[in-house]
Design a protein around this ligand. Structure first.
Ligand SMILES: [Zn+2]
Length: 674
């Protein structure tokens, strides 16, 4: 492991707190040191208060901040003297400890200090760094782990046996550190948890962390405890579910297998869940190990992962058995807890399956992505520990205490209602612009994970969407049935299924009288506006039927269905046929709980079709200025993509739970329609 410190980068940071931010970010950049909110850092600074009296302030990472992106505002300034006094108490509940920390901060708007703040306060060094380094936990989580740690580090570190984070850990460290620390001590290993380093400068403390973790890495390499090399994993990932390969049958079996699993998991969780699938070589190789069912069923690499991954993954697909086992685990341990506990939902957050690879589960797409990253590291840690002498996670009881920690239970109670489409998946066609793009925004705003399809490669880099875990853009020609099937596989791999389908893609050719309408143009318009939607409906039906809250389809029709215009024969006829197709689907699929409704927008001018010139020309043709032309309807209002998109999203929501087969205008009122 290399130090990422550079003098050029460091020069941009001012003062102790500035450099504390810099080296915290360096730790955060290396995922083998810290993952998602894991780890914490601090610096002790003497500063004057309002009255000019000097105080010693511990700037410690605030909860909810990620080291990789932390800023000065992410550090909570707590009066160190008070924290040190707290460490001397015999007993202090964790909620009271948090109260003491929060009421002794220098800035009322600061985040809640890390629960490890007291531990940082009692260490005498100016800078303190703490990580859950993969290499260190791979060594500690083995039989004889403590002896190995002492062999690796000698008197360079103080060794602390496992105890739950919070007040008890701080108190134990206060005692053991004084007993064990010597002149050569530069760090502290917490068994089955992680490692601390410290120093007088930000750089010294950070580079000692790198140095200590490197020693653990070198030890693992010397002992042959490296993760399996790529060559050892070859040839294991070609097989799909049930041994089928790719191809039409294989892909439809694959997506319905995953969507069925998602339905079962969502039922267990009591709410729709997102499932993220990884069928890469590493995940498949791990899930296909002969001992996978044993080594995966012990526990996480470090206790705070339990919040993200639950204690153990589901191995295979028997969700009901997992739920029963989880209930037993709760019943066994809850009576021994210090305070009454409320059972969390019993659904798994990680699933390992020899055919499906690694699947992670979350209420939001970001949660599933975080669990995936954590478990990818966990698989490596387990495999290294196995090669070192055997993977040994903490006993159930310790992990239960962490999963059901008062502080975590309090967070649950504080969390408000999730957004209406949390855990649900929507697919929008023609999503790069106009009504499609606006629908993506409306659905994301309601908490859905969204798959946007478009022929335009711009779909891959829509502003504000790239990099989001809850959006997947796919370039797809909707008239290509094979491309549609591939897109559904991608969607199901990303999010686990399909709950909502917004069929928006369509084309509007230039006006042309019937007498001049070539068959080729007629067919092209029908291929996009009608035939492509038949493939979408047919291919997505099995997925919509598995939607935990029932499938929903919104078809974007046109005012031209009830009130066609001259010169638009192909467009009007194709949209009329599409409406009829949607009505038949509503009749056929009602028994599957799928609702299908049609919107008929008119005169939506903020779409790709309408350039300023076209708009001016059309307005002139009616003898109107552009503004009057835009509002040429009964209500005299402009209709935008956003109006249509918001109604499309609402049609999928609970307001319309009893509505199917409806055709609803979004046109400001059209005299010919009314
Ligand atoms: Zn920790």
């Amino acid at each position: 492991m290399k130090s990422l410190w550079t003098d050029e980068e460091a020069a941009a940071w001012r003062g102790d707190l500035g450099l504390r931010v810099y080296t915290s970010r360096l730790l955060g950049r290396d995922k083998s040191l810290v993952l998602h909110g894991g780890g914490n850092t601090s610096v002790k600074v003497r500063e004057p208060n309002l009255f000019g009296d000097e105080e010693e302030i511990l700037y410690v990472k605030g909860s909810g901040w990620d080291l990789e992106k932390i800023e000065e505002a992410g550090f909570a300034p707590v009066r160190r003297g008070h924290l040190v006094r707290l460490a001397g108490l015999d007993e202090l509940s964790d909620p009271r400890m948090v109260n003491e920390m929060v009421t002794h901060m220098k800035r009322s708007s600061a985040p809640t200090p890390s629960v490890e703040a007291i531990l940082h306060a009692i260490l005498p060094h100016k800078f303190v760094d703490h990580t859950h380094a993969d290499a260190v936990v791979a060594v500690t989580n083995t039989p004889g782990g403590e002896e190995r740690i002492r062999r690796i580090y000698g008197d360079a570190v103080v060794v602390i046996p496992y105890i739950m984070p919070g007040f008890d850990l701080a108190r134990l460290c206060a005692r053991l550190f004084t007993e064990q620390a010597g002149p050569r001590t530069i760090g502290m290993v917490l068994m089955n948890h992680g490692i601390f380093s410290f120093g007088e400068t930000a750089r010294e403390s950070y580079e000692r962390m790198i140095q200590l973790v490197t020693l653990a890495e070198e030890y693992l390499t010397a002992e042959g405890a490296v993760p399996p090399l790529p060559g050892e994993r070859e040839g294991v990932w070609e097989r799909g579910p049930g041994g089928e390969g790719s191809g039409e049958a294989g892909s439809s079996l694959l997506i319905s297998t995953i969507a069925t699993l998602r339905r079962d998991v969502s039922r267990a969780a009591g709410a729709p869940m997102i499932l993220l699938s990884r069928r890469d070589a590493r995940s498949l190789a791990f899930a296909r190990r002969e001992d996978a069912a044993t080594i995966s069923q012990q526990g996480p690499a470090t206790p705070d992962h339990v919040i993200r991954t639950k204690r153990v993954p589901l191995f295979g697909r028997d969700v009901a058995a997992y739920v029963r086992a989880y209930g037993e685990y709760f019943e066994n341990h809850a009576p021994h807890a210090r305070s009454p506990k409320t059972m969390l939902d019993p659904a798994p957050r990680v699933i390992l399956d020899p055919d499906l690879g690694l699947i992670t589960v979350g209420r939001r797409a970001t949660d599933a992505a975080i669990s995936a990253e954590i478990y990818e590291h966990t698989m490596d840690i387990i495999e290294r520990a196995e090669r070192l002498g055997g993977w040994r996670a903490l006993p159930e009881r310790d992990l239960f205490d962490m999963e059901y920690w008062d502080l975590e239970q309090a967070k649950l109670k504080k969390a408000g209602d999730p957004p209406v489409f949390a855990g649900e998946v929507a697919l929008v066609t023609g999503a790069a612009s106009g009504i499609g793009r606006a629908s993506v925004d409306s659905l994301l705003a309601r908490g859905a994970a969204v798959v946007g399809l478009d022929r335009d490669p711009a779909i891959l880099a829509l502003s504000g969407l790239s990099g989001r875990a809850d959006f997947l853009g796919i370039v797809c020609d909707v008239t290509d049935e094979e491309a549609v099937r591939r897109a559904l596989v991608e969607a199901v791999d990303a999010f686990g299924g399909l709950d909502m389908l917004i069929l928006n893609a369509g084309i509007f050719p230039p006006g042309r009288p019937l007498g001049e309408l070539p068959m080729e143009e007629w067919r092209r318009v029908f291929a996009v506006n009608l035939d492509a939607n038949l493939s979408f409906l047919r291919e997505s039906h099995p997925l919509l039927a598995l939607a935990p809250n029932g499938g929903r389809v919104v078809v974007v029709g046109s005012k031209n269905v009830p009130a066609p215009g001259p010169g638009a024969a192909a467009y009007s006829a194709s949209k009329a046929a599409l409406s009829q197709l949607a009505r038949v689907a509503a009749l056929e699929w009602g028994k599957d709980g799928i609702r299908i409704n049609v919107l008929h927008p008119n005169a939506v001018f903020d779409t790709g079709v309408w350039t300023d010139e076209v708009l001016a020309a059309r307005a002139a043709a009616y003898g109107l200025d552009v503004e009057s032309y835009k509002k040429n309807n009964v209500l005299r209002v402009e209709v935008t993509s956003r109006h249509v998109a918001e109604l499309a999203a609402e049609l999928c929501g609970p307001l319309f739970a009893r509505t199917t087969g409806a055709q609803i205008p979004v046109d400001g009122g059209n005299e010919r329609v009314i």
